[in-house]
Ligand binder design. Structure first.
Ligand code: URA
Length: 186
């Protein structure tokens, strides 16, 4: 059974993001993966295609993964919210709450060894605490109970590379650390 049916997400109307979406972006990748990467929300391209990280941020993510010797086919990728917020804004607390059951069910089904938060919105939502990326990137912490208190690896959002110099090197370095951690535990 595919993830869409398993989550019962078809035609979800739990929040107003359903009004303007083209597609619900559930997630994709290896459903037996040890690594589940969690972004923020779909952007324009993702909304058009119904797949996560297929726009500019996705290309950057692919190149970061390659440099860290991780392959996209090996991991599962999703977002905190499954529908595109208008004008590229951050999802609101209400929207993230409306979508929380889907994400927590995905964590249950995939049951990865580690979750990876891309960016402040995802890291703060997954931990339930305001995360300062400058201090916490590259570290492993614990997710909230709603996400099974799993290990959570924190790094910057790949889109940050579009606005700040030197961020890509930091994310690559973080993912290399994750690679080393995975080699140790798997
Ligand atoms: N940014 C995200 O956080 N998720 C996507 O799927 C695309 C861009």
């Amino acid at each position: 059974m595919d993830m869409k049916n398993q989550l019962g997400i078809d035609n979800c109307q739990r929040c107003d993001l359903s009004d303007n979406r083209q597609n619900i972006v559930i997630g994709e990748g290896n459903q037996n993966s040890d690594v589940m990467v969690i972004g923020e929300a779909p952007g324009k391209k993702e909304d058009e295609l119904g797949q996560p990280f297929v726009g500019k941020a996705g290309s950057i993510l692919d190149s970061i993964l390659e440099e860290a010797d991780l392959r996209r086919e090996e991991i599962y990728i999703t977002n905190v919210v499954k529908c595109k917020p208008p004008s590229n804004r951050d999802p609101t607390k209400d929207e993230m709450e409306s979508c929380e059951e889907y994400l927590s069910n995905q964590v249950n089904k995939i049951d990865p060894s580690i979750l990876v938060s891309l960016g402040k919105v995802s890291a703060s939502w997954m931990t339930g605490k305001e995360v300062v990326l400058k201090e916490k990137h590259g570290e492993i912490t614990q997710s909230r109970q709603e996400f099974n208190s799993k290990k959570l690896f924190i790094t910057y959002h790949p889109a940050a590379c579009l606005y700040s110099n030197g961020i890509k090197e930091k994310i690559v370095n973080d993912f290399k650390g994750l690679r080393t951690f995975l080699d140790m535990i798997l």
